[in-house]
Design a protein around this ligand. Structure first.
Ligand code: ATP
Ligand code: MG
Length: 677
């Protein structure tokens, strides 16, 4: 048996096989979109397991929880080919597969006491973090300054940029020049913010990486020794803290594999550094082996040619032009439509047509730059009864009632968490901010739950208070999981019914939440994973009916990373959307938008539609209100790129006879409408 090579190696091309069979030294797979990087990574993991590696000692980092789950499934299927049944159990043992943040949270919880953290720490999402920042802002009196102090979201963004780039505040402020005058105050604010987090036993997203990097840098704490292999997908989108984690875990690079594509780096706004992947080989000595893959297996030749033309015009000059493995196929379409309503109608018609022809809805996706861009399409899909799931926009967890439930669970986990505490206590009618503040102080002290029982509360809250304390004490003691959530629902749902007309829909959401909860071993694990990687709106992971139904995918381009569909629509390929108005201020910003467009185009396997509406709606421009603007085709659709596309107008122009009817000599009505556009 030792002589026969496993069949799965035959499916790979020679470079992919070399990467899978590579030994122990550091390895970088640097290659373009659709060249099989993720597939190679899955084969490498499977091969390691087949060769006897312990799956529990393999650390595998992916871009989303979904990608990690997919990877485990693939590894199981590949290993099964040579190991049979037992492969699946082994793949289940890949418990350290997940996102950087989720894995960081688990490691920190396990080693919390060794590094001075409360093991029951709770995790704040971005919104909670901004709320805590705001509390600190108020307490320092900055929100009452005569000249307007930066808003909570901006403060958090500056803080996050500074810590993720491991840069001094002054350097981070380079990206926020209008805030530079506040450097001294911001410093004080951030010190208060860090102190508040520590006092309350909460970690924000950035802390998960920062503490992890510190932990990894201390060899005596033995973190590196827990893993034999460390593998990372999408390495181009890691930041300096993540690179430091890797260096801490594996100073000599042994057992390290990273894969990525510098032409697809799209997360600089989260302080991702494409230098990480470019510098990777030289970080180790002896230096890492580099494998490049040059064949694209995903897209047909005409789609790849158009995408290559877009990236060829990038200033950085990415060296690796891919060769299409799949010859034949139609050129991508550039569809001119009058407006976003027509854009939505076009997408629906093509989607239904493809479904008729046997392409499942799940094989089709509409991608857009910003979550709000899909609104007209969502309306049209709903009107036509086409099911869809949306990634990257408003999350299931962002709805108020789900947030309430999560806040209560978090408070039960960690009674010092003030942001969750405020939200949870305010669920009791009659408890206002001042009472909440006082009760939370009681709760944070030892024996806090007991103290709540006898606490003084406003007369209006008195009737409800005993019930609430009973619920909370039960949650604090723990009924088990997901029984805690059932107990919480039993308290909360009758109250929802009293307040909200749409209570049935909200109650259904909570039932869905309980369905999701059942998939987690413990309350802590549930809270952590859902906070870090919330399910998408409309059904990702959610219970029936969507789970086994067929549905189309709607996604921001950022969230579409690494995925592929037979038919892809890119909405709003117009200047102002792609590239986004927000990015056109700097050359680097525009270049990142180009890579983003390249990512969007390279998601398509068989059919790609680039939609160019003549007018589009500008949302939420606080100063100017909502309005329509005339749009120009995206600057990335240069003449050289358009030469590789087929151009169409939709709806098609009316036939000759219809056009022959004489219209008005001057369309004054249209001119009147035009004045307001
Ligand atoms: P991205 O940069 O978008 O993440 P990638 O390099 O990770 O892309 P994969 O998603 O791994 O690419 O592979 C793209 C497609 O090509 C998949 O459908 C995969 O199954 C297929 N593929 C990759 N390598 C081969 C191969 N040697 N033979 C046949 N199909 C392949
Ligand atoms: Mg990939």
């Amino acid at each position: 048996a030792a002589l026969s090579t496993p069949g799965y190696l035959d499916r790979l091309n020679p470079e992919q096989r070399a990467a899978v069979l590579h030994g122990d030294g550091p390895l970088l797979v640097l290659a373009g979109a659709g060249s099989g990087k993720t597939m190679t990574l899955a084969h490498r993991v499977a091969h390691l397991i087949v060769e006897g590696a312990d799956p529990r000692r393999i650390l595998l980092m992916t871009f989303s929880r979904r990608a990690a789950a997919e990877m485990r499934g693939r590894v199981g299927r590949i290993a099964r080919e040579v190991m049979g049944e037992k492969a699946e159990a082994l793949a289940e043992g890949l418990t350290w597969a997940g996102t950087f943040h989720a894995i960081g949270a688990r490691l920190l919880r396990e080693q919390a006491t060794e590094i001075g953290l409360d093991p029951d720490f709770t995790i704040h999402d971005r919104e909670d973090s901004a709320d805590l920042m705001n509390l600190c802002r108020h307490e320092l009196g900055f929100s009452r300054m005569a000249k307007r102090f930066p808003a909570k979201g901006t403060c958090l963004a500056i803080y996050s940029r500074a810590v993720n780039a491991r840069a001094p505040l002054a350097a981070a402020l380079g990206d926020f020049p209008w805030c530079a005058e506040w450097e001294a105050e911001l410093k004080a604010l951030f010190a208060a913010y860090v102190a508040a987090k520590q006092a309350q036993g909460v970690l924000d997203y950035d802390d998960l990486l920062l503490y992890w990097a510190e932990l990894a840098a201390e060899p005596e704490l033995g973190l590196g020794a827990r893993f034999d292999h460390v593998l990372i997908d999408e390495y181009q989108d890691t930041n300096r803290v993540q690179a430091a984690i890797l260096a801490g875990l594996r100073p000599d690079g042994r057992g390290v594999t990273v894969v990525g594509d510098d032409a697809q780096s799209i997360y600089s706004f989260r302080a991702a550094e494409v230098r990480n992947i470019l510098d990777f080989p030289a970080v180790f000595s002896p230096p890492a082996r580099i494998v490049t893959l040059t064949r694209n297996y995903r897209s047909t030749a005409p789609i790849l040619a158009a995408a290559n033309a877009v990236i060829a015009e990038a200033r950085e000059g990415y060296a690796k032009e891919l060769v299409a493995e799949r010859q034949g196929g139609l050129p991508p379409l550039m569809i001119r439509v009058p407006d976003e309503a027509a854009q939505a109608a076009y997408v629906c018609e093509r989607v239904l047509e493809a479904r008729e022809a046997g392409v499942a809805l799940k094989g089709q996706a509409a991608l857009f730059r910003t979550a709000s861009h899909s609104a007209p399409l969502e309306v049209e899909l709903t009107r036509r009864n086409i099911p869809f799931v949306k990634f990257g926009g408003l999350k299931f967890l962002d709805t108020a009632h789900v947030k309430d439930v999560m806040a209560l669970l978090r408070l039960a986990e960690n009674p010092r968490d003030r942001v969750s505490g405020f939200r949870a206590l305010r669920l009791v009618p009659g408890i206002g901010p001042a009472s909440a503040e006082r009760l939370l102080a009681l709760l944070a002290a030892p024996g806090g739950t007991e103290a709540l029982r006898g606490a003084r509360v406003p007369a209006r809250a008195a009737a409800e208070w005993a019930d609430f304390v009973a619920l909370f004490a039960g949650l604090r003691a723990g009924h088990g999981w997901p029984a805690d959530l059932s107990a919480l629902r039993a308290w909360y749902e009758p109250r929802l019914e009293l307040i909200h007309e749409d209570a049935p829909a909200r109650i259904a959401d909570l039932a869905t939440l309980e369905g999701i909860a059942a998939g987690y071993p413990s309350r802590a694990r549930f809270l952590t994973e859902l906070t870090l990687d919330p399910p998408a709106a409309g059904g990702d992971l959610a219970g029936p009916p969507l789970l086994d139904d067929d549905y189309m995918i709607l996604s921001t381009i950022h969230s579409a990373k690494g995925q592929e569909w037979k038919q892809v629509f890119v909405l709003n390929c117009v200047d102002g959307c792609i590239p986004s108005d927000l990015a056109t201020g700097s050359r680097a910003g525009v270049e990142e938008e180009r890579r983003l467009f390249y990512v969007a185009m390279t998601r398509a396997k068989d059919a790609l539609h680039l939609l160019v509406p003549a007018r589009f709606h500008v949302h939420n421009q606080a100063a100017r209100g909502d309005r329509h603007v005339h749009a120009a085709r995206s600057r990335f659709l240069s003449d050289a790129v358009v030469a590789r596309l087929a151009e169409r107008s939709w709806p098609p122009p009316p036939p000759e006879e219809a056009r022959a009817a004489p219209g008005p000599r001057r369309d004054l009505a249209a001119r009147m409408r035009g004045m307001w556009e």
